[in-house]
Design a protein around this ligand. Structure first.
Ligand code: ADP
Ligand code: MG
Length: 617
């Protein structure tokens, strides 16, 4: 008998390897995008036709390849990324196996164009089913373009196995998200059948998330940050009230690779325990950075499953980091299970009355001269709160509950505001309902809890919601100035003003912009502003405005409201009259989201009575 073992010809070996590397068009997308990233590109374009069945093309502005390298790149086990087995433990690149291009070329028509910075001309290469059809020099820009056409043209069984264009496109988009999310420092664009699906500038991680998943996402994110010897964790989790029934957005990245880890996923679920119904899924975008030697990404050909050296420790650190963030950002006990996840965009303004804080009050007002009025606050400033303050009871139900020290409020129920201060004991401030501490905090006691409010942040929140309401509803109270006020600004500042001037008018300003003179002439102002501080308010607002903010897709309205609120809010260090304090408290809790300032800082803390009791045990 003759020997029967033969070495498989390369093209057959490549086809077999392709079976592992390329399951569907999305796998090609992943490999090509990763190669572009490894090549140091700062701009990457993805072009897809017919769900990737007809064309997948990736164009980058990275390093490019020499003529010889361009040819070698398609050989199996040809890679520039590792030289020895040891390198496998210190990987800093996405690729390392050197089989992607060889596999892809075995089962598709591939056109490559590439040029390095140093070369005068580039090269062009055509390969069909592992056979080089042509290689020539070509005039092409620096970087690489690889077009993969007619995937599985020579394996009909595989081609027939592909799903509809729509489903394949969905897989490609998922892959695109994974890669684009973790490389927010790279600009990406993505086209399908000629239409642009995404165009992402270089930006930070949060902006990238919001760009991909929509502006609504911004307010749902809670930052997570933890730096230990074992792992560095950075990123965001989604507030529990936005948890979904389906999988939703769940992204782990380890050393800048998207990974799947049911084990780590479980640790996040554990951190959400008690914050949402168990059948709901937490959402997260978390980047883990570990020592390259302590992670094995080699156990799966498409490299989404990884092995960490010390998974148990990682689990514990992750869980506590997420738990901490959820608590810190005061999102812990929001438990309204019936909440409709679609009611996100900031507030339902149309249904809401304006709540104007009255902080400039009659200085001769003596809170002690008219005791009968104390039990039921009644000034104009309280009236507005009457219609909107709600959920007080909820607040203190939560505070009473044994489970947590943070209270976050779902303001759903409606309660007449007069009940707020009907509490029997008014021991604070010698009979007063509120008192100011260090000209910064307002301490008050309601039902069964002690509340400490940061006056500056609280007022920012009140003004912010006010402005949003006014901007959305267009009901403005404005006051004409007897003599218009002229203010000078720099060119960039004038530019920002022109972007937001409509919003300022909608709030009650009447402003004429004299671009050439770099001058604003203000002839009317919102009624809650005084003539004396127009300059300061507009000046500090514009200084604070980051022109970059305007470019990122967020709404102008929201930004204007936020910055105007900041510049107009009562500052810390300012003494407040009794009535002003009470107005602020009422107005704050009349807000839709009283617990956070517009800049996502906590506005107040509470201590429930029973917690107080416990502290003395
Ligand atoms: P790997 O990425 O594992 O090294 P590939 O088959 O994906 O294997 O690529 C083979 C080689 O081709 C890479 O190591 C790299 O040197 C080169 N290459 C592939 N794509 C690009 C690109 N877009 N720009 C520059 N070089 C590339
Ligand atoms: Mg590769």
């Amino acid at each position: 008998m003759t020997d029967i073992i033969q070495l498989l010809p390369d093209h057959v070996a490549n086809q077999i390897a392709a079976g592992e590397v390329v399951q569907r068009p999305a796998s090609v997308v992943k490999e090509l995008l990763e190669n572009a990233i490894d090549a140091g590109a700062t701009e990457i374009k993805l072009i897809v036709k017919d769900g990737g069945k007809t064309l997948i093309q990736v164009v980058d502005n990275g390093l490019g390849m020499s003529q010889t390298d361009a040819r070698l790149a398609f050989e199996r086990h040809a890679t520039s990324k590792i030289k020895s087995a040891e390198d496998l433990f210190q990987l800093h690149t996405k690729g390392f196996r050197g089989e992607a291009l060889a596999s892809i070329a075995a089962i598709a028509h591939v056109d490559l164009q590439s040029k390095r910075e140093v070369d005068e001309v580039g090269s062009q290469l055509k390969i069909e089913g592992s056979t080089v059809v042509s290689q020539e020099i070509a005039v092409t820009p620096k970087g690489t373009s690889i077009a993969v056409k007619n995937l599985f043209f020579n394996i009909p069984a595989r081609r027939n196995f592909l799903k509809s264009n729509q489903i394949e496109l969905k897989h490609i988009t998922d892959e695109f998200h994974r890669v684009a999310l973790i490389h927010s420092n790279i600009a990406f664009s993505y086209y399908h059948n000629g239409s642009e699906l995404f165009n992402l500038p270089q930006e930070n991680f949060r902006q990238r998330i919001v760009h991909i998943f929509g502006t609504k996402m911004n307010e749902r994110l809670v930052p997570v940050k933890e730096d230990t010897e074992v792992v560095k964790i950075e990123g965001f989790v989604i507030k529990p009230e936005y948890a979904k029934k389906s999988r939703g957005e769940q992204f782990f990245f380890a050393n800048q690779r998207f990974i799947k880890s049911p084990y780590l996923h479980h640790s996040i679920s554990a951190a959400y325990e008690g914050l949402m119904r168990s059948e709901l899924q937490p959402g997260y975008f978390l980047q883990l950075t570990v020592d390259t030697g302590s992670i094995d990404i080699n156990i799966h050909p498409t490299k989404t499953e990884v092995k960490f050296d010390d998974e148990q420790t990682l689990y514990a650190i992750l869980r506590s980091a997420v738990k901490h963030s959820l608590g810190q950002f005061n999102v812990a006990p929001v438990l309204d299970f019936e909440r409709d996840g679609n009611l996100d965009t900031p507030y339902k303004f149309q249904q809401k009355q304006a709540v104007f804080p009255k902080v400039s009050v009659d200085p001769t007002f003596n809170p002690f001269s008219d005791t009968s009025s104390k039990a039921s606050p009644r000034s104009t400033s309280f009236k507005s709160a009457t219609t909107t303050s709600k959920g007080w009871e909820d607040l203190f139900e939560v505070a009473k509950g044994e489970s947590s020290s943070f209270s976050s409020v779902q303001f759903e129920s409606s309660l007449p505001e007069t009940q707020l201060f009907e509490s029997e004991d008014k021991e604070i401030g010698g009979g007063a309902i509120t008192f100011q501490l260090k000209n910064k905090f307002i301490v008050t006691r309601i039902k069964s809890a002690l509340v400490v409010i940061n006056q500056n942040r609280a007022h920012e929140r009140v003004l912010y919601e006010n402005f949003l309401t006014t901007l959305t509803n267009g009901k403005v109270v404005s006051q004409e100035l007897l003599f218009p006020v002229s203010l000078q600004f720099t060119d960039p500042e004038m530019l920002i003003f022109s972007e937001i001037i409509d919003n300022l008018s909608a709030i009650g300003f009447k402003i004429e912009q004299k671009i050439r003179e770099k001058e604003l002439v203000v002839s009317a102002i919102p009624s809650l502003l005084t003539e004396a501080n127009i300059g300061t308010v507009l000046g500090t607002m514009i200084k604070d405005f980051d022109s970059k903010e305007l470019k990122t897709n967020f709404s102008n309205i929201e930004l204007t409201a936020k910055h105007l609120a900041k510049s107009m809010a009562i500052k810390n260090g300012q003494a407040l009259e009794q009535e002003a304090q009470e107005a602020l408290v009422n107005n704050l809790f009349g807000c839709e989201e009283p617990q956070l300032s517009p800049f996502k800082k906590r506005t107040y803390i509470t201590m429930a009575d029973n917690e107080l009791e416990n502290r003395f045990n």
